[in-house]
Design a protein around this ligand. Structure first.
Ligand code: ZN
Length: 385
């Protein structure tokens, strides 16, 4: 091989821009459905049952909200077909009619048709086994936990978050582990490695029939102002989410309080406990906002974003077949908690509205309660303390 000029960024951009990303993803075997300005489907890079993989053709990338995959056309081609950068750009340039002669030799029709590796196409049985494995691992972790009294978890909830000890100290849903290992898999690494070991609050997530669903993990660092661990990815310096879930959390709840006629529901422990304290109601919580309110009908269009007419809000129409967290039967009035310091309040309100509508469709009352603008529920109670 002779030394060739490296491919300039402008050519790389050109190949990306001229590749129809929806087409590319579709041809690799991922079925996409249009939803507003984006397309959605099951992620090819991690195994899932509900779609969190989105393709944004006009932005030129695909993004997965489940595993964080974020790829341009060339990146997608590399990952899904296991190609090198040069192989991928050659194949795409050929299709898009971009001339790479000066950099990689004459464009030629790809000699072989590579086989895509699609995680979420694994058949139902494989997927079930995988979910089950994760659930068992979560259960093993949960079993290692000890009572939170006198641990960093008690200190975190009571002193750093201002949660009333009476609410959580005797609660069977929390445990503590002093040496949780935070595993991380770098972008190009074959294996994951433990990048942090330390104290964590464990919270059990249960299906509506009481069975163990998942273990929710909050990593604690009492040297931080809010007591939560801050961790950045060793390879690209991204902030990592130091709350994790091990198991099958999609329909499950963290049962922070006893079922009651009126209950609050929130995303995350701290918000929900704070909402319980502010309102005097009991509550359950979910591990994510999307799971708290459940999915929307996939092809339903959301309203135009009031601040940016080119954007659409998430649809408020619930897909009744994909409910997310199941509420207890005893609860006839669901109050969805929204933190007033959320970056995009309009997006948040649209999702909470979907939760409300789902409650109505199920014969319950659904309401939305927002904390004061610029504050979250937790700062309301910490301010009052
Ligand atoms: Zn994914």
């Amino acid at each position: 091989m002779t030394n060739r000029t490296p491919i300039p960024q402008s050519i790389i951009n050109d190949v990306n821009a001229r590749t129809d990303l929806v087409d590319l993803v579709d041809q690799s075997g991922v079925k996409l459905v249009k939803s507003g300005r984006e397309w959605m489907g099951l992620c090819p890079f991690h195994s899932e049952r509900t779609p969190s993989f989105t393709v944004r053709p006009e932005k030129g990338f695909a993004h997965c909200f489940g595993c964080g995959a974020h790829e341009t056309a060339i990146g997608y081609q590399m990952r899904v077909y296991g190609q090198t950068f040069i192989e991928a750009i050659k194949d795409l340039a050929w299709r898009a009619g971009v001339d790479l002669t000066d950099y990689v030799g004459r464009a030629e029709k790809p000699a072989h048709k590579p086989k895509p590796k699609i995680a979420s196409r694994a058949d139902e049985k494989d997927r079930e086994t995988e979910t089950n494995k994760r659930r068992l691992r979560g259960q093993a972790l949960w079993k290692k936990g000890v009572a939170v009294e006198g641990t960093a978890a008690e200190e975190y909830l009571a002193n750093y978050r201002g949660i009333d000890r009476g609410l959580f100290l005797q609660s069977p849903v929390h445990r503590f582990i002093p040496d949780y290992e935070f595993w991380y898999r770098a972008r190009d690494a074959k294996k994951s490695e433990a990048i942090w070991t330390g104290p964590a609050l464990l919270t059990v997530m249960q299906y509506i029939d009481d069975r163990f669903a998942a273990c929710h993990i909050t990593c604690i660092d009492l040297d931080q102002e809010k007591g939560r661990l801050k961790l950045t990815a060793p390879d690209d310096g991204r902030d990592l989410n130091t709350k994790r879930v091990m198991g099958d959390p999609s329909k499950a709840a963290m049962r922070l309080g006893k079922p009651a006629f009126v209950m609050v529901g929130g995303e995350g422990l701290e918000t929900t406990y704070s909402g319980m304290m502010v309102s005097g109601h009991t509550g359950w919580c979910s591990y994510s906002l999307d799971n708290l309110v459940g999915a929307c009908v996939m092809d339903a269009k959301g309203d135009r974003h009031p601040l940016d007419g080119r954007m659409r809000l998430p649809s408020v129409v619930p897909d009744m077949a994909r409910p997310g967290m199941i509420w207890p039967r005893e609860c006839r009035e669901r109050i969805f908690l929204g933190d007033g310091d959320t970056k995009d309040m309009h997006m948040l309100k649209a999702k909470l509205e979907r939760g409300s509508r789902r409650a109505h469709a199920e014969g319950c009352i659904g309401r939305v309660a927002m904390s004061a603008p610029g504050t979250d529920f937790n700062s309301m109670i910490r301010g009052a303390a």
